[in-house]
Design a protein around this ligand. Structure first.
Ligand code: KG4
Ligand code: ZN
Length: 344
């Protein structure tokens, strides 16, 4: 069964085709992605209206490219999946509208997927897929959550950020350091040349026994320390600050992930979402988990950030388990705000 997946929740248009045979893990046949980063860079962040318009321009050419790369035609598609939420309302509507129109024309069902479910199932497309149950650390630009995952559709929220997401902490600190958007990759590159113990920065909620996070104070601390340094700041000072911020974020993410593993008695951790691409975070999680006899599973680096493959995969895995019957009404809704723990 071939599932086309369309992702358009934010600033990446992603389209992919997966093949789900029997009960095995679906296989990725082809995928294509267009990142809008260059377009939004001039504004220092995502401009929702520009994002929606660009999704309109990209989604059909990307779909044609995916079908050509997979050696398939529109008629081969059995199910059309799209990101129903959470995300930018206008951007979501583009993907949903195209998916439902395409499905109507082909006489096929549609399935609206939760964006974060896509992220947390994405390691199933890697060479080292996890087994259920596991703890998932979801770290993206908009979310920081720890979840217990017992099966597809069985998600229990253990803790989440009470203010900024980890990706936001990277992005906002990067902005304060004069780095471009998105700041995560730029900040982590600069951090390689700096000393992580150069600046003493807060590790919010580190010693609270719960599994919640808070990153807003970290950004404020960075702003205060940079103001104290005055301008101009040397390259070494900027690199030291980048390394210190990254270390603070990683310390908290690792400590809470380990606490979730130990409290649940589980020994598998899945890390998903854009911040999961961070090499220092991966290294530290690998080391810490090895120490307690746990294993960490990641998506392929190209599938850490937003993409269509994870949406096609999540839809196929739901379908295989009878969790998404698919809709044939030709109607659709999007859910800009949508709690993952509420879906089943
Ligand atoms: O999952 P994602 O692509 O989009 C959302 O659903 O939000 O995550 C984007 C976030 C951004 O905040 C970006 O700065 C961060 O992931 N990110 C990174 C890295 N690559 C992307 N943060 C730290 N280190 C990276 N290498
Ligand atoms: Zn995402």
């Amino acid at each position: 069964m071939k599932v086309l997946g369309i992702e358009s929740s934010c600033d990446e248009t992603g389209v992919a085709l997966v093949d789900a045979a029997g009960e095995g893990v679906p296989q990725l046949l082809a995928q294509a992605l267009h990142s809008q980063v260059d377009m939004h860079q001039a504004y220092g962040g995502v401009v929702p209206e520009l994002a929606s318009r660009d999704h309109i321009r990209r989604v059909l050419p990307l779909t044609r490219q995916v079908l050509a790369d997979a050696g398939c035609s529109l008629r081969d598609i059995d199910l059309v999946a799209y990101t129903r939420g959470p995300g930018l309302a206008g951007a979501l509507l583009v993907g949903a509208g195209v998916a439902v129109a395409l499905a109507e024309a082909l006489g096929r069902p549609t399935l609206g997927v939760h964006h974060l479910e896509g992220h947390l199932l994405s390691p199933f497309l890697s060479a080292d897929p996890p087994q259920f149950p596991f703890i998932a650390l979801l770290v993206s630009g908009g979310h920081t959550q720890l979840m217990r995952v017992d099966a597809v559709g069985c998600y229990a929220l253990l803790g989440e950020t009470i203010d900024d997401a980890a990706g936001e902490a990277f992005d906002k600190s990067a902005k304060l350091l004069g780095l471009g958007y998105p700041g995560g990759p730029a900040l982590s590159a600069l951090a390689r040349q700096g000393r992580a113990d150069a600046f003493v920065l807060p590790r919010p909620l580190l010693h609270k026994p719960n599994l919640d996070f808070s990153f807003a104070g970290l950004k404020t601390a960075v702003a205060v320390r940079l103001a104290q340094l005055g301008a101009p700041r040397s390259d070494a000072q900027r690199a030291d600050m980048a390394a210190s911020v990254q270390a603070a974020i990683i310390d908290v993410l690792c400590a809470k992930s380990l606490r979730a593993l130990q409290a649940s008695g589980l020994s598998r951790l899945v890390v998903a979402g854009g911040v999961g691409a961070n090499a220092s975070l991966r290294q530290r999680l690998d080391e810490d988990c090895r120490r307690i006899g746990a294993r960490v599973h990641y998506p392929e680096p190209a599938l850490c950030t937003d993409n269509g493959a994870m949406i096609a995969l999540a839809a196929a895995m739901r379908w295989q388990r009878g969790l998404g019957e698919g809709e044939r009404s030709g109607a659709f809704d999007v859910r800009p705000r949508w709690d993952l723990a509420q879906i089943s």
